[in-house]
Every structure is written in structure tokens, then in C-alpha cells.
Write a protein that binds this ligand. Structure first.
Ligand SMILES: [Zn+2]
Ligand SMILES: [Zn+2]
Length: 244
């Protein structure tokens, strides 16, 4: 069975279409959507004051809302798979995209039939796309819960790409970027002090050469190299005592 990630082409566990790092990103995007929706709601507040009568003659008052924001928060139809190779994401609102995918995935989880200990025929599932709350947070949580199933299905990359596109559209409007933090230790591959941690990424990645480390690998590497580097730095900044 193929063990190559459909998105980044790194190795996946058997039977997965997304690797651990790409699945991590999907989870982080979904988890970040409720906060992004709050920022979008704030952007919906009228950008201009009330139109002034008898002013200097503007024919129409400016639109009080940013239509791109309205587009993201409004109702609409999600078309996740009718045109898998087309560009269907443009204009699909957040809520419609999430509910569309949740229903699609729920329908894809086949019911299982089995005999119980008394020999009676039992059925399990299918799953129902029914989150605790019907808002963006509820649907995003549902999709995160079923992500372990989703990554085993051929459409996982399609969900990835649509979420990536959605999050990019939102970030352009809210002017937000995932938080990044420079880690202390130098890169084990190129020695540059350029190892960056980003909140949507599983790996700590070198900005200079692209080398990546899992958090555990980074901790082991840091514990190995930092004591000697710190001692060296201390020797360099401590003034030497000279004999009188
Ligand atoms: Zn991947
Ligand atoms: Zn490097």
C-alpha cells in the first residue's frame, strides 16, 4: 500500500493519505477557525459613520460592510467533491464548507453489521454529522474528532487544500499569521540559529535549510548541544583575571 503523503510527499503510516505533519496542520486550522470567526464578525461592524444629509453630494453611501467578510460568514453551498479538480472553494463560506464536509464524511463512514454474543444481528453507525452546537466551533470540533478516519480516505487531500485556501482567505482579511518562535539551539544540519516553532506545525523547522525536528527530537538535540554552547558563551563574556 502507498505510504506517501498526498500533500507533502513525506512518508505516512500505512493506509493514510496525509502524513502526521499535514494532519496536524488540518487540526490546527480547524481549531483556529472559531477565533478567526470572532475576528471576522468584528470586521463586519460598519466601517463608516452614518451617511450625512446635505453633504458634498456622494450619490450612494459607501457599503457599510466588507463583502469579502460577509461572503465568509454568510450562508452558502459547499461543493466539496462535485468538482474535485476544479476551483470550487472561492466564495464558499466557513460554515457551509465545514457542514458540507461533515455530512460528506459522516455518509462515508459505513455502518458495520455484527453478531453479538447471543447471535443477534447488530448494526453500528453510520456516524451522524451532528455536533454539540451548530456553530463554527461545533462543526470544527466534529471534523477534528473524525480526522483519524478522514486521513484514511482518498479525499483527505481535498479537505486539506480547501481548508488551506479558506484559512488563507480569512488571514488576508483579519491580518493574522500563525505565531512563530525562534528556538534556542542551532540547526543540527546546517548549524544556523534558525530553528523556528510555529503554532500550526508539528515540526520545528530550520528557516535556513528546511531541516525538521519533532518536538521530542528538538528537546534531545537541545539538551545535547546547549550545555557546551552556553559554557563557551560564558567564557567569552567573562573578563579574564590577570596576574598582578
Ligand atoms: Zn504531508
Ligand atoms: Zn538548517
Amino acid at each position: 500500500m502507498d505510504t506517501t503523503c498526498d500533500i507533502c510527499h513525506h512518508t505516512t503510516a500505512t493506509g493514510r493519505y496525509l502524513c502526521e505533519a499535514c494532519a496536524y496542520r488540518v487540526r490546527a486550522w480547524l481549531a483556529g477557525l472559531p477565533a478567526q470567526a470572532v475576528l471576522l464578525q468584528r470586521l463586519l461592524a460598519p466601517a463608516v459613520g452614518p451617511a450625512q444629509r446635505g453633504g458634498s453630494g456622494r450619490a450612494h453611501s459607501p457599503l457599510p460592510v466588507d463583502l469579502r467578510v460577509l461572503d465568509l460568514l454568510g450562508a452558502g453551498h459547499a461543493v466539496p467533491l462535485e468538482d474535485p479538480h476544479g476551483d470550487q472553494t472561492g466564495g464558499v463560506p466557513v460554515g457551509a464548507l465545514l457542514t458540507g464536509w461533515a455530512h460528506y464524511i459522516a455518509d462515508d463512514i459505513l455502518p458495520t453489521v455484527y453478531f453479538d454474543e447471543r447471535g443477534a444481528l447488530r448494526r453500528v453507525g453510520p456516524a451522524s454529522a451532528c455536533p454539540r452546537s451548530g456553530d463554527i466551533a461545533g462543526w470544527a470540533t466534529w471534523l477534528v474528532r473524525y480526522l483519524p478516519h478522514t486521513v484514511t480516505r482518498p479525499y483527505a487531500a481535498e479537505l486539506y487544500e480547501q481548508l488551506q485556501e479558506l484559512v488563507a482567505r480569512i488571514e488576508r482579511l483579519t491580518h493574522t499569521r500563525p505565531r512563530r518562535r525562534l528556538r534556542q539551539a542551532p540547526c543540527p544540519d546546517c548549524s544556523a540559529f534558525a530553528l523556528m516553532e510555529q503554532e500550526t506545525e508539528l515540526h520545528i523547522t530550520c528557516d535556513a535549510c528546511g531541516h525538521r525536528l519533532t518536538p521530542d527530537e528538538y528537546t534531545a538535540h537541545r539538551d545535547q548541544v546547549m550545555p557546551a554552547l552556553t559554557a563557551l558563551a560564558l567564557r567569552m563574556i567573562t573578563p579574564r583575571t590577570t596576574a598582578a
